[in-house]
Design a protein around this ligand. Structure first.
Ligand code: 1GP
Length: 250
């Protein structure tokens, strides 16, 4: 099993370095948009490109991933909403189990169905405890998952969920307020979870400005994911990356 991406994440965590990931939704890009995003990402020193979404309607995931790979060497990690969100051209795949919900299909059911294809893909598989946190309004992920998000002020539920995920052997915890969330996750919750787990913590959903990205990192996030805000204003990539990389706390 490949471990290149995960080992790089662990090495950065051990050195106190934060990472910045840009989320690309295949439904919202064409070739020229991808050229623009990858050029900005390379210039800004973006650490990872996540590709996927809760609801991928278009049928050009392979094309999108191949286009990115031709343009740059930033690792491409799939962030699939469904088993069809897999492309063998990527570098890795967040193998998400929705541990904040109680929908058996998203905890294990779809994994069983997609396991042979995922194994055959040859991708680096990163087992991820995926936690959806209430972002103040329903998001695509909260609707599609048919599972209640963790209330935004229930730090102890988030903490116990993340601890359980870690003890079950998951390699990452991804706390997500959902794409375009009205309210991003509070720093108090991030700090509470980060101080009780040893595996890397990914945070995303509704982060719109570099200040928020910075504060999330200070609170303990190891990787910040931004999608929507960058779709609206790609020039934010550099400011966001600089803010995230400016935090170096062990
Ligand atoms: C969503 O965490 C990601 O799953 C990113 O969210 O699109 O709101 O940045 P945004």
């Amino acid at each position: 099993m490949k471990k290149v991406i995960y080992e790089s994440l662990l090495a950065k965590k051990n050195k106190g370095q934060r990472s910045f990931a840009v989320l690309i939704d295949p439904d919202n890009v064409n070739a020229s948009k991808l050229d623009e995003l990858t050029a900005l990402a390379v210039g800004a020193g973006v650490d990872y490109l996540l590709v996927g979404g809760s609801l991928v309607i278009s049928n050009h995931l392979d094309e999108v991933v191949q286009h990115i790979r031709r343009n740059c060497s930033i690792p491409v990690i799939l962030f699939p909403g469904t088993p069809s969100g897999v492309s063998r051209y990527a570098d890795g795949l967040l193998y998400l189990s929705l541990i904040s919900g109680r929908n058996p299909e998203l905890l294990i059911g779809q994994h069983v169905i997609s396991a042979p294809a995922v194994r055959k893909s040859g991708l680096e598989i990163i087992s991820t405890g995926y936690m959806v946190i209430d972002g103040g309004a329903p998001t695509t992920v909260s609707y599609i998952s048919n599972a209640s998000p963790i209330p935004a002020d229930k730090n102890e539920i988030a903490l116990c969920t993340a601890m359980a995920g870690e003890m079950l052997g998951m390699k990452l915890i991804y706390m997500d307020a959902g794409s375009g969330a009205r309210h991003p996750i509070r720093e108090e919750m991030i700090a509470c979870v980060a101080s009780h787990i040893e595996i890397p913590l990914v945070v995303g959903g509704g982060i719109r400005d570099p200040e928020k990205a910075y504060l999330n990192c200070k609170a303990g996030a190891n990787v910040i994911v931004v999608g929507n805000a960058i779709e609206k204003d790609a020039s934010l990539i550099k400011e966001m990356a600089d803010a995230v990389h400016s935090v170096a706390v062990i």
